[in-house]
Design a protein around this ligand. Sequence first.
Ligand code: OAD
Length: 254
Amino acid sequence: MLDARVLVLTGAGVSAESGIPTFRGKDGYWRDLNPAKLATPEAFANDPGLVWEWYRERRQRIRNAQPNPAHKAIEKLAQHAHEFLLVTQNVDDLHARAGSSKEKMVQIHGDIFVTRCSRCDFRRHDYEHDHEHDHEHEHESEDIDVPRCPQCEGLMRPGVVWFGEQLPWHELRRVENYLKAGACDFVIVAGTTATFGYIIDWAVRAIANDGGLIEVNPEETPLSRFATQRVRKPAALALLRIVDELAISRSSKL
Ligand code: OAD
């Protein structure tokens, strides 16, 4: 057992080596479209078919991808740390498929495999492609590529958080409760540009009591100045070594 209270924050860079494109940077563009502009309520209102096409391609890519050593290293840390929470901005399921349990993980930007109604509370989990496809054609409408709610006929949308939208309340509470329950011995922030203030806020608050902040990112980010250790390497390469080193320095039994 690693005698430590740990918070891990991850972003798209952790899944990059599984072949999932990040959001920002030149490789993040989809058919010359900026993902930051597609992941908005406005884009969905203007062209729901286009937004769905993007999400379907992403779902397919994620289904075909495999977790990489970064996901596995985080799961190993979760298994052994005395107290642990993973907060991921990633909507893919690669942390889960690497073994991270729901109890120790918060998907703060939602789950790409959830399809929910944009009008009522209806939601479902669309993992299998066939299932997704069935629903698309269940209701005859002009928007054959845009699923309709079986309850209210409203447009269905992916169960993710878009720019300008509120974070899911329940998940937000889980993060806040973890932070309130005690300071962390260390925080690992991997593969995120830390664009959102709340990511910086959570990382900084968690180490308020002299905890360590390890940043794993080939590039500098707004969080870098708070980091006690900066690892400028890809996550899949660096994380397992970091986890093993933490184990050696804090316990001999990991
Ligand atoms: P970004 O695409 O903004 O940033 C990816 C980060 O990963 C960058 O800082 C890269 O330097 C870093 N990176 C790239 N390859 C890496 C690797 N192999 N190992 C480690 N780091 C690597 O992704 P996020 O910060 O996750 O939100 O973006 C945050 C949110 O913005 C996303 O969750 C999404 C997006 O809009 C919503 O959809 C609401």
